[in-house]
Write a protein that binds this ligand. Structure first.
Ligand SMILES: [Zn+2]
Ligand SMILES: [Zn+2]
Length: 285
Protein backbone atom coordinates (compact mmCIF):
# COMPACT_ATOMS: atom_id res chain seq x y z
CA UNK A 1 0.00 0.00 0.00
CA UNK A 2 2.88 2.37 0.82
CA UNK A 3 4.31 1.74 -2.68
CA UNK A 4 0.93 2.81 -4.15
CA UNK A 5 0.96 6.03 -2.08
CA UNK A 6 4.57 6.76 -3.08
CA UNK A 7 3.85 6.18 -6.78
CA UNK A 8 0.74 8.36 -6.95
CA UNK A 9 2.31 11.10 -4.78
CA UNK A 10 4.81 11.79 -7.56
CA UNK A 11 3.06 10.33 -10.63
CA UNK A 12 4.95 11.69 -13.67
CA UNK A 13 2.93 13.67 -16.27
CA UNK A 14 4.25 11.23 -18.90
CA UNK A 15 2.50 8.32 -17.14
CA UNK A 16 -0.76 10.32 -17.01
CA UNK A 17 -0.49 10.99 -20.74
CA UNK A 18 0.25 7.32 -21.47
CA UNK A 19 -2.84 6.35 -19.45
CA UNK A 20 -5.06 8.79 -21.39
CA UNK A 21 -3.77 7.81 -24.84
CA UNK A 22 -3.40 4.10 -23.99
CA UNK A 23 -6.96 3.96 -22.63
CA UNK A 24 -8.50 5.54 -25.74
CA UNK A 25 -6.46 3.21 -27.98
CA UNK A 26 -7.47 0.10 -26.00
CA UNK A 27 -11.21 0.88 -25.95
CA UNK A 28 -11.10 2.07 -29.59
CA UNK A 29 -9.82 -1.41 -30.54
CA UNK A 30 -12.41 -3.11 -28.33
CA UNK A 31 -15.15 -1.07 -30.08
CA UNK A 32 -14.01 -2.67 -33.34
CA UNK A 33 -14.52 -6.17 -31.88
CA UNK A 34 -17.71 -5.79 -29.76
CA UNK A 35 -19.55 -2.73 -31.13
CA UNK A 36 -22.95 -1.72 -29.70
CA UNK A 37 -23.82 0.46 -32.74
CA UNK A 38 -22.28 0.50 -36.22
CA UNK A 39 -21.50 4.18 -36.83
CA UNK A 40 -20.98 4.70 -40.54
CA UNK A 41 -17.77 6.24 -41.95
CA UNK A 42 -17.51 9.03 -39.43
CA UNK A 43 -15.29 7.47 -36.80
CA UNK A 44 -12.17 9.57 -37.57
CA UNK A 45 -13.93 12.90 -38.16
CA UNK A 46 -15.93 12.36 -34.98
CA UNK A 47 -12.79 11.37 -33.05
CA UNK A 48 -10.90 14.49 -34.16
CA UNK A 49 -13.65 16.78 -32.80
CA UNK A 50 -13.62 14.93 -29.48
CA UNK A 51 -9.82 14.85 -29.33
CA UNK A 52 -9.82 18.65 -29.71
CA UNK A 53 -12.03 18.92 -26.59
CA UNK A 54 -9.90 16.30 -24.78
CA UNK A 55 -6.85 18.49 -25.45
CA UNK A 56 -8.54 21.66 -24.17
CA UNK A 57 -9.61 19.73 -21.04
CA UNK A 58 -6.01 18.55 -20.53
CA UNK A 59 -4.67 22.10 -21.00
CA UNK A 60 -7.12 23.52 -18.40
CA UNK A 61 -6.28 20.73 -15.94
CA UNK A 62 -2.51 21.00 -16.40
CA UNK A 63 -2.38 24.78 -16.20
CA UNK A 64 -4.47 24.98 -13.02
CA UNK A 65 -3.29 21.76 -11.32
CA UNK A 66 -0.95 23.78 -9.09
CA UNK A 67 -4.00 25.29 -7.29
CA UNK A 68 -5.23 21.78 -6.46
CA UNK A 69 -1.78 20.73 -5.25
CA UNK A 70 -1.49 23.86 -3.06
CA UNK A 71 -4.92 23.28 -1.46
CA UNK A 72 -4.12 19.62 -0.84
CA UNK A 73 -0.73 20.50 0.73
CA UNK A 74 -2.46 23.11 2.92
CA UNK A 75 -5.02 20.54 4.16
CA UNK A 76 -2.26 18.06 5.03
CA UNK A 77 -0.13 20.73 6.73
CA UNK A 78 -3.09 22.04 8.78
CA UNK A 79 -4.63 18.62 9.44
CA UNK A 80 -7.85 19.92 7.85
CA UNK A 81 -10.67 17.82 6.36
CA UNK A 82 -12.17 14.36 6.93
CA UNK A 83 -9.31 12.49 5.25
CA UNK A 84 -6.86 14.04 7.68
CA UNK A 85 -8.79 12.70 10.70
CA UNK A 86 -8.72 9.01 9.76
CA UNK A 87 -5.27 8.06 11.11
CA UNK A 88 -6.76 5.36 13.34
CA UNK A 89 -8.54 3.56 10.45
CA UNK A 90 -6.84 0.87 8.32
CA UNK A 91 -5.45 2.43 5.14
CA UNK A 92 -7.70 0.29 2.89
CA UNK A 93 -10.84 1.72 4.57
CA UNK A 94 -9.48 5.27 4.34
CA UNK A 95 -8.74 4.67 0.65
CA UNK A 96 -12.23 3.37 -0.23
CA UNK A 97 -14.13 5.95 1.85
CA UNK A 98 -11.92 8.77 0.52
CA UNK A 99 -12.35 7.78 -3.15
CA UNK A 100 -16.12 7.43 -2.68
CA UNK A 101 -16.56 10.80 -0.95
CA UNK A 102 -14.37 12.50 -3.52
CA UNK A 103 -16.46 10.88 -6.28
CA UNK A 104 -19.67 12.15 -4.63
CA UNK A 105 -18.49 15.75 -4.26
CA UNK A 106 -16.32 16.33 -7.29
CA UNK A 107 -18.19 14.18 -9.84
CA UNK A 108 -21.77 13.12 -9.00
CA UNK A 109 -22.78 16.43 -7.38
CA UNK A 110 -21.27 18.66 -10.06
CA UNK A 111 -22.83 16.49 -12.78
CA UNK A 112 -26.23 16.83 -11.06
CA UNK A 113 -25.75 20.64 -10.97
CA UNK A 114 -24.68 20.61 -14.63
CA UNK A 115 -28.14 19.32 -15.47
CA UNK A 116 -30.14 21.42 -13.03
CA UNK A 117 -28.53 24.88 -13.13
CA UNK A 118 -29.27 26.55 -16.47
CA UNK A 119 -25.95 28.35 -16.70
CA UNK A 120 -23.98 25.13 -16.04
CA UNK A 121 -26.15 23.19 -18.50
CA UNK A 122 -25.33 25.59 -21.35
CA UNK A 123 -21.70 24.44 -21.07
CA UNK A 124 -22.51 20.77 -20.37
CA UNK A 125 -24.71 20.55 -23.53
CA UNK A 126 -21.53 20.06 -25.59
CA UNK A 127 -20.94 16.68 -23.92
CA UNK A 128 -24.52 15.67 -24.72
CA UNK A 129 -24.58 16.86 -28.35
CA UNK A 130 -22.55 13.80 -29.41
CA UNK A 131 -24.72 11.68 -31.73
CA UNK A 132 -22.18 8.83 -31.82
CA UNK A 133 -21.10 8.22 -28.25
CA UNK A 134 -17.87 6.25 -27.99
CA UNK A 135 -14.70 6.17 -25.91
CA UNK A 136 -13.57 9.55 -27.33
CA UNK A 137 -16.73 11.20 -25.90
CA UNK A 138 -15.38 10.78 -22.35
CA UNK A 139 -13.57 14.14 -22.36
CA UNK A 140 -15.76 16.03 -24.82
CA UNK A 141 -16.18 19.03 -22.53
CA UNK A 142 -16.39 22.73 -23.38
CA UNK A 143 -13.33 24.54 -21.88
CA UNK A 144 -15.81 26.46 -19.68
CA UNK A 145 -17.09 23.17 -18.27
CA UNK A 146 -13.53 21.92 -17.78
CA UNK A 147 -12.89 24.97 -15.56
CA UNK A 148 -16.14 24.32 -13.63
CA UNK A 149 -15.19 20.67 -13.13
CA UNK A 150 -11.74 21.61 -11.92
CA UNK A 151 -13.29 24.05 -9.44
CA UNK A 152 -15.55 21.23 -8.18
CA UNK A 153 -12.48 19.00 -7.81
CA UNK A 154 -10.69 21.73 -5.87
CA UNK A 155 -13.78 22.14 -3.63
CA UNK A 156 -13.77 18.36 -3.05
CA UNK A 157 -10.05 18.41 -2.18
CA UNK A 158 -10.66 21.20 0.34
CA UNK A 159 -13.85 19.78 1.92
CA UNK A 160 -12.44 16.29 2.44
CA UNK A 161 -8.76 17.20 2.85
CA UNK A 162 -7.67 14.83 0.07
CA UNK A 163 -3.91 14.11 -0.03
CA UNK A 164 -2.22 14.54 -3.40
CA UNK A 165 -1.65 10.78 -3.93
CA UNK A 166 -5.38 10.13 -3.64
CA UNK A 167 -6.22 12.94 -6.12
CA UNK A 168 -3.90 11.42 -8.72
CA UNK A 169 -5.18 7.90 -8.02
CA UNK A 170 -8.81 9.09 -8.36
CA UNK A 171 -8.04 10.98 -11.58
CA UNK A 172 -6.23 7.97 -13.08
CA UNK A 173 -9.19 5.70 -12.30
CA UNK A 174 -11.59 8.36 -13.61
CA UNK A 175 -9.77 8.73 -16.95
CA UNK A 176 -9.85 5.01 -17.69
CA UNK A 177 -13.31 4.28 -16.29
CA UNK A 178 -14.98 7.15 -18.14
CA UNK A 179 -13.36 5.96 -21.38
CA UNK A 180 -14.76 2.52 -20.50
CA UNK A 181 -18.31 3.67 -19.67
CA UNK A 182 -18.57 5.81 -22.83
CA UNK A 183 -17.11 3.07 -25.09
CA UNK A 184 -19.36 1.86 -27.90
CA UNK A 185 -19.21 -1.72 -26.67
CA UNK A 186 -21.62 -4.41 -25.51
CA UNK A 187 -20.78 -6.27 -22.33
CA UNK A 188 -22.33 -9.65 -21.57
CA UNK A 189 -25.44 -8.93 -19.46
CA UNK A 190 -24.26 -10.92 -16.45
CA UNK A 191 -20.89 -9.16 -16.37
CA UNK A 192 -22.55 -5.75 -16.73
CA UNK A 193 -24.99 -6.56 -13.88
CA UNK A 194 -22.20 -7.59 -11.51
CA UNK A 195 -19.92 -4.67 -12.40
CA UNK A 196 -22.74 -2.12 -12.17
CA UNK A 197 -23.27 -3.01 -8.51
CA UNK A 198 -20.00 -1.17 -7.88
CA UNK A 199 -18.93 0.92 -10.87
CA UNK A 200 -20.65 2.83 -13.67
CA UNK A 201 -20.75 0.54 -16.71
CA UNK A 202 -21.27 1.35 -20.42
CA UNK A 203 -24.89 0.10 -20.17
CA UNK A 204 -25.52 2.51 -17.34
CA UNK A 205 -23.83 5.64 -18.73
CA UNK A 206 -25.10 5.23 -22.31
CA UNK A 207 -28.64 5.75 -20.97
CA UNK A 208 -27.57 9.21 -19.77
CA UNK A 209 -26.79 10.10 -23.41
CA UNK A 210 -30.32 9.42 -24.73
CA UNK A 211 -31.52 12.52 -26.62
CA UNK A 212 -34.76 13.00 -24.67
CA UNK A 213 -35.98 13.42 -21.13
CA UNK A 214 -36.47 11.82 -18.68
CA UNK A 215 -33.47 9.60 -19.49
CA UNK A 216 -31.04 12.52 -19.96
CA UNK A 217 -31.44 13.37 -16.28
CA UNK A 218 -30.51 9.91 -14.96
CA UNK A 219 -27.34 7.92 -14.19
CA UNK A 220 -25.09 10.87 -13.26
CA UNK A 221 -22.38 8.67 -11.72
CA UNK A 222 -18.73 8.86 -12.73
CA UNK A 223 -16.88 5.99 -11.01
CA UNK A 224 -19.23 4.52 -8.38
CA UNK A 225 -22.82 3.55 -9.20
CA UNK A 226 -23.96 3.75 -5.58
CA UNK A 227 -24.82 7.48 -5.67
CA UNK A 228 -27.44 7.06 -8.42
CA UNK A 229 -28.95 4.11 -6.55
CA UNK A 230 -28.96 6.04 -3.29
CA UNK A 231 -30.38 9.31 -4.64
CA UNK A 232 -33.00 7.75 -6.94
CA UNK A 233 -31.41 8.73 -10.26
CA UNK A 234 -30.54 5.15 -11.31
CA UNK A 235 -32.33 3.84 -14.41
CA UNK A 236 -31.92 0.72 -16.57
CA UNK A 237 -32.84 0.90 -20.26
CA UNK A 238 -32.22 -1.29 -23.30
CA UNK A 239 -29.12 0.28 -24.88
CA UNK A 240 -30.13 -0.89 -28.37
CA UNK A 241 -33.17 1.44 -28.22
CA UNK A 242 -31.15 4.54 -27.34
CA UNK A 243 -30.83 7.54 -29.63
CA UNK A 244 -27.78 9.64 -28.74
CA UNK A 245 -27.67 13.44 -28.77
CA UNK A 246 -29.74 16.19 -27.19
CA UNK A 247 -33.12 17.21 -28.56
CA UNK A 248 -32.33 20.95 -28.69
CA UNK A 249 -29.21 20.48 -30.84
CA UNK A 250 -29.79 17.59 -33.27
CA UNK A 251 -28.63 19.38 -36.45
CA UNK A 252 -25.22 18.09 -37.69
CA UNK A 253 -24.03 21.64 -38.45
CA UNK A 254 -24.44 22.43 -34.73
CA UNK A 255 -23.20 19.25 -33.09
CA UNK A 256 -20.42 18.21 -35.51
CA UNK A 257 -18.28 21.34 -35.79
CA UNK A 258 -15.82 22.57 -33.20
CA UNK A 259 -16.62 26.26 -33.87
CA UNK A 260 -20.39 25.81 -33.46
CA UNK A 261 -19.90 23.70 -30.32
CA UNK A 262 -17.69 26.35 -28.71
CA UNK A 263 -20.41 28.97 -29.31
CA UNK A 264 -23.32 27.03 -27.78
CA UNK A 265 -23.02 28.39 -24.19
CA UNK A 266 -23.22 31.96 -25.51
CA UNK A 267 -26.38 31.43 -27.53
CA UNK A 268 -29.89 31.88 -26.26
CA UNK A 269 -31.13 29.08 -24.00
CA UNK A 270 -33.44 26.68 -25.81
CA UNK A 271 -36.45 25.25 -24.04
CA UNK A 272 -37.52 22.05 -25.78
CA UNK A 273 -41.13 22.40 -24.63
CA UNK A 274 -41.35 25.93 -26.03
CA UNK A 275 -39.65 24.79 -29.24
CA UNK A 276 -42.21 22.03 -29.84
CA UNK A 277 -45.16 24.35 -28.99
CA UNK A 278 -43.86 26.90 -31.55
CA UNK A 279 -43.42 24.14 -34.14
CA UNK A 280 -47.00 22.94 -33.50
CA UNK A 281 -48.48 26.43 -33.83
CA UNK A 282 -46.64 27.10 -37.16
CA UNK A 283 -47.89 23.80 -38.64
CA UNK A 284 -51.44 24.55 -37.49
CA UNK A 285 -51.41 28.04 -39.09
ZN1 LIG B 1 -24.66 14.88 -18.33
ZN1 LIG C 1 -21.09 11.08 -20.78
Amino acid sequence: MQALIDYFSTMPSLHRTILLVGGITFFWMLEGIFPLFQFKNIKWKHALTNIFFTLTTAIVNLSLAFVMVKISDWCVAHHFGFMQWTDQFPLAITLIVGLMLFDLISAYSIHYLNHNVKWFWLFHIIHHTDRNVDTTTANRHHPGESILRLMATIAGVFLIGVPIWMIFLYQSLSVVLSQFNHANIVLPNKLDCILSLVIVTPNMHHVHHHFQQPLTDTNYGNIFSVWDRLFGTYVEFDNKKLVYGIDTHMAPEENGHIGSLLKIPFQQYRDIQKMSEEKRSTTEE
